[in-house]
Design a protein around this ligand. Sequence first.
Ligand SMILES: Nc1ncnc2c1ncn2[C@@H]1O[C@H](COP(=O)(O)OP(=O)(O)O)[C@@H](O)[C@H]1O
Ligand SMILES: Cc1ncc(COP(=O)(O)O)c(N)n1
Length: 269
Amino acid sequence: MKKALTIAGSDSSGGAGIQADLKAFAANGVFGMSVITAVTAQNTQGVFAVQDIDPAVIAKQIEAVFEDIAVDAVKIGMVSQIETIETIAAGLKKYQARNVVVDPVMVSKSGYHLLNPAAESKLTALLLPLATVVTPNIPEAEVITGMKITSLKDMEEAAKMIHRFGPQNVLLKGGHRADDATDILFDGNTFRYFSSPRIATANTHGTGCTLSAAIAANLARGYAVYDAVALAKEYITTAIAHALAIGKGVGPTHHFYDLYKKAGVFIDE
Ligand SMILES: Nc1ncnc2c1ncn2[C@@H]1O[C@H](COP(=O)(O)OP(=O)(O)O)[C@@H](O)[C@H]1O
Ligand SMILES: Cc1ncc(COP(=O)(O)O)c(N)n1
């Protein structure tokens, strides 16, 4: 079985972060492992506290995994602080990690800064060059590029600018626009579009985490980047279409819809 590692923050409500990644790994057929960068006290309504993990302990988690197990892909999510980013970059280089998907998580849907704004340029400088695919949403792409993004043309322009920071591929997600949910993949030469109708739902907690983890799982299984993204886009669309109205706020995506359906489990219980 292929093995994927998530390096990210814990979401106590299970909808985003490490928890979403491990569910997406399992549902996409890979063995999931985790390096926890921060513990958040979070639910569908907001983020209430964050404890960043000591960088020495992050380094040890990375070491414990890579010294023992062959890692087929890595997904990076919430990275909190400058020292966290430096530690992760050093670890990925030391172990020559491959199939690295960087989700440049900055601000939660509830408006909480999961990345210290002082660390934004560090993330761009140290993690983007190590990425096989970087997956910014529109607000993150605006921070990375400094440009305002409204149209698909703007998204293409921003993807080009982000590519100059060194990732092999940029997947600029269009979830935050009003139109169809169109994501753009740029490999330095060609733009490819992944589109789905916008699903009318309030429950989109963890969509970015889920998508990037599914891409990492597909890369671990040997899919080329385009196919890994195409399959992950199908996965996230199904997961959003059947998102769960859990909690009082923005509910999580449904990771096991297809499996539950096959098993005859009453999925909306
Ligand atoms: N309402 C929606 N309907 C269909 N797809 C969506 C919807 N919202 C987001 N997506 C898709 O979910 C994925 C995550 O996108 P986005 O919400 O932009 O990321 P993030 O969670 O990082 O803010 C993308 O593929 C995006 O197109
Ligand atoms: C620990 C953690 N990591 C990431 C996110 C972003 O979630 P989203 O995918 O909804 O933007 C989050 N809310 N919490």
